[in-house]
Design a protein around this ligand. Structure first.
Ligand code: HPA
Length: 277
């Protein structure tokens, strides 16, 4: 088997700890965003590992983000779910933010599903909308691959299709069959933690963004580098700044995330059941 732990001792220590509890390869991984972590509760025969017990695993400090790696069965498939992602705005280096992706890769994950909460820029994407991320814009200008190449992917990875087109088509067909509205859009990453100004949102709209958020893009870059197939789903939790009269609040983001949970869990279950790994 290829050693996918790169040269960092921290990653091999982390993998060693996880392997004691979950010895088998896990082909499907997920990273869940604000208010969306409950998908992990629907796993069967689950093993829950608190991420603070994993050597080298960075601390997650945001409310709504729990800090667990849960491995179990969903729709008959073995999946690893990261509940509680790490953000750059918590003070972590962008390379640290993607530690969970390198861990999932080392555990055997080849299909990665990332979810997040995002502000809607496209006026048709009202709160509660589920959006397939079909491309992204990196406006945080940070990249987890900066530094020596770890040799587990190319130095200059292609990013012309970070989100797998054929997987997206399958997922659109599944959503249709489930009666779930699913739109496609471009996700723009800012570092946060402040929400955007009205002028920034007007500018982002002109750049071609449909939604804005503070996560996901570094993880996707890392996953693409490692050759994973990636699917991204945003829950639009609020109109972006200036598109509604109300100021933005994290509580609103969590509340709308929770109200969409049922639909998202149903969709994710169908997506996992459809994978033939
Ligand atoms: N902006 C940035 N991040 C977000 C938003 C937003 O409006 N909503 C949820 N995450």
């Amino acid at each position: 088997m290829i050693d996918r732990t790169d040269s960092s001792d921290q990653l091999s220590d982390a993998l060693g700890h996880v392997k004691e509890l979950v010895p088998e390869q896990v082909p499907i991984g997920m990273i869940l965003g604000s208010g969306l972590g409950e998908i992990a509760d629907s796993l069967e025969e689950a093993t829950t590992i608190e991420t603070r017990t994993i050597p080298g695993y960075p601390a997650s400090t945001v409310s709504g983000h729990k800090g667990e790696l849960v491995v179990g069965r969903l729709a008959g498939r073995q999946v690893a779910v990261i509940r509680g992602r790490i953000h750059m705005y918590e003070g972590h280096d962008v390379g640290v933010v993607t530690f969970p992706i390198r861990l999932l890769d080392a555990m055997g994950v080849r299909h990665l599903i990332v979810t997040n909460a995002a502000g809607g820029i496209n006026p048709d994407f009202v709160p509660g909308t589920l959006m397939l991320i079909n491309d992204h814009i990196n406006l945080a200008f940070a990249n987890p691959l900066v530094g020596p190449n770890d040799g587990l992917g190319p130095r200059f990875p292609d990013m012309s299709e970070p989100y797998d087109e054929s997987w997206m088509r399958r997922v659109e067909a599944l959503a249709l069959a489930e009666g779930i509205r699913l739109v496609r859009g471009v996700y723009l990453w800012t570092s946060g933690p402040s929400y955007e100004t009205r002028a920034e949102i007007r500018a982002f709209a002109r750049l071609g963004a449909d939604a804005v958020g503070m996560s996901t893009v570094p993880e996707v870059i890392q996953a693409v580098h490692r050759g994973m197939k990636v699917l991204g789903v945003s829950t639009i939790t609020n109109p972006a700044a200036g598109l509604s009269a109300e100021p933005l609040s994290h509580d609103e983001v969590i509340e709308v995330g929770k109200s969409v949970r049922g639909r998202l869990v149903r969709l994710v279950r169908a997506i996992v059941a459809d994978l033939d790994t």
